[in-house]
Design a protein around this ligand. Structure first.
Ligand SMILES: [Zn+2]
Length: 289
């Protein structure tokens, strides 16, 4: 009888242990599984939508060990304060407008027209592939006093493609293409989707780049009415802000509301005493190699 009870206890104990292991496995996987499912959501979205899904909720504990996950931009800024920027100094009422994913023959000239009308400089993070296809727009940006930065050649997700090799290829190819058009090698880089991890930032440092993120996201890719885009910027502005907008779009998408929103954003912020400057002016950094 004693033996039977002992066997029963042994089997029950064993089953209990199995269950505990299951529970522990589920909890241990909870965070990575949640992250993977987020990535799945992103993978199904068009590029211009994926770009602006904020990556600011992940804790620092994930950041060091899993190179397949993008790291929170604020954490990267704290890790690499000499080359990674979210915004400029807060002691002066200066802000920088930035535009990604152009040059786009459908929308970039409209953006440039408004900037010219208000005599406001901006910073354009261009794609090498689009610069090669539309060099005259890049030349117009340069001749009207704007600064050009590197946004890769084909807009890859550098984290997903695990890529030191991809990064180097994409950045160098764009740098060469831009050099042929504007006559200098830019030092400014903005990662597609804001996705980076430590090794990629360190590689960019070796390639003599500054990484320029943003502090105010217009979410203009949502194509909300111009007044909604404008108030999203104006309501969240602070001295030193770097404002993220887009002059380029995927086929079938539209940036007309971005252009119209600028007609509200620029005069409203000027009324509040803000001055618009380029990113290198705001950060007081060189932009040519
Ligand atoms: Zn982009």
């Amino acid at each position: 009888m004693k033996e039977r009870i002992f066997k029963w206890l042994l089997v029950t104990g064993f089953l209990f242990c199995l269950h505990i292991t299951d529970i522990l496995t589920v909890y241990a996987n909870e965070r990575p599984l949640a992250d993977v499912s987020m990535q799945g959501v992103k993978a199904d979205l068009p590029d211009n939508l994926k770009e602006n899904i904020p990556e600011l909720k992940r804790g620092p504990e994930n950041s060091g060990r899993d190179p397949q996950q993008p790291i929170d931009l604020r954490i990267l800024q704290q890790r690499y304060p000499d080359i990674f920027f979210l915004q400029g100094p807060a002691d002066q009422k200066r802000v920088a407008l930035t535009f990604d994913d152009g040059p786009d023959p459908r929308f970039s000239n409209g953006v440039l027209d408004v900037l010219k009308q208000y005599n406001v400089p901006a910073t354009f993070f261009v794609l090498g592939s689009k610069a090669v296809a539309n060099p005259q727009i890049v030349k117009r940006m340069q001749s009207e006093g704007h600064v050009i930065g590197n946004h890769t050649y084909a807009h890859p997700n550098l984290v997903k493609e695990s890529g030191l090799g991809t990064l180097e290829r994409e950045v160098t190819r764009t740098e060469d293409a831009l050099n042929d058009i504007i006559g200098y090698r830019t030092k400014l880089f903005r990662p597609p989707y804001g996705f980076l991890y430590n090794e990629l930032v360190e590689k960019l440092r070796k390639m003599n780049y500054y990484v320029i993120a943003w502090s105010v996201d217009s979410l203009d890719w949502k194509e909300d009415p111009p007044e909604v885009i404008a108030s999203r910027v104006v309501d969240n502005i602070q001295p030193g802000a770097i404002i993220l907008m887009h002059d380029g779009a995927e086929p079938g998408r539209d940036r007309t509301n971005t252009i119209e929103s600028l007609r509200q954003i620029i005069p409203k912020l000027q009324e509040q005493g803000y001055e618009f400057v380029t990113v290198p002016e705001l950060l007081n950094i060189p932009f040519k190699k």
